[in-house]
Design a protein around this ligand. Structure first.
Ligand code: NYM
Length: 212
């Protein structure tokens, strides 16, 4: 008998909203309650493509803007067989950034429209739930300085936030906005609540295709 599939759960948000901390806490909580779960993150800097992206982000190399956009997308596509295999085995995947970051960051650059940015990711496994960790720029600033990677300036992050807002208008994606200004445990409780609902719903529905 085929086992129930796992859910594909994505956390998105501006930098310093707490995505990585919350992904880890969610995976731990799911595992502790006997639900198989694993964390993934994009970009996955461990692959050959991921290493090109990492060097670009660290400003060790320059890449043309369309090219790096397509590499971010290729980095997701190269992990799709593994993702599908794990979901089929009943493992819930908790993913730190996905195609939404891809579109929000590239379309915040001059000369890019969201429609072009979405195209390479059309047909990726569709998340059962996308949680956007909302934090206003003033609160984010209180959490410390930006790092030194590309895109880590407050002006660019503001444009990225606007692009996320546009993406969240799409009713074909199950978006939930999470107030990330609350303390870590309260944010975790909200995230866990939405995730448990998504895991139950996913058991009875086939995996969808993103933006198709
Ligand atoms: N980023 C991330 C993109 O520009 N496009 C993408 O498709 C993805 C997944 O990479 N500033 C950007 C957002 C971040 C940077 O992410 C690296 P992280 O989570 O800091 O490793």
């Amino acid at each position: 008998m085929a086992s129930k599939r796992g859910a594909l759960i994505v956390l998105e948000g501006v930098d310093r909203a707490g995505k990585t901390t919350q992904c880890k806490k969610l995976v731990q909580a799911l595992q502790a309650s006997g639900r198989p779960a694993e964390m993934m993150r994009f970009p996955d800097r461990t692959t050959t493509i991921g290493q090109l992206i990492s060097a670009y982000l660290e400003k060790k190399s320059d890449l043309e803007d369309h090219t790096v956009h397509l590499l971010f997308s290729a980095n997701r596509w190269e992990l799709v067989p593994l993702m599908k295999q794990q979901l089929d085995r009943g493992i819930t995947l908790v993913v730190d950034r996905y195609a939404f970051s891809g579109v929000a960051f590239t379309s915040a650059k001059p000369g890019f429209c969201m429609d072009w940015c979405m195209k390479p990711d059309v047909g990726l496994p569709k998340p059962d739930l996308v949680m956007f960790l909302q934090l206003n720029p003033a609160e984010a600033a209180l959490r410390g300085q930006f790092g030194s990677e590309r895109y880590e300036t407050s002006a660019f992050q503001k444009s990225v936030q606007q692009k996320f807002k546009q993406l969240m208008k799409d009713p074909s994606v199950n978006w939930k906005v999470i107030d990330a200004s609350k303390n870590v445990d309260d944010v975790h409780d909200d995230i866990k609540h939405h995730s448990l609902n998504a895991i139950s719903a996913a058991e009875n529905t086939p995996l969808g295709e993103l933006w198709k």
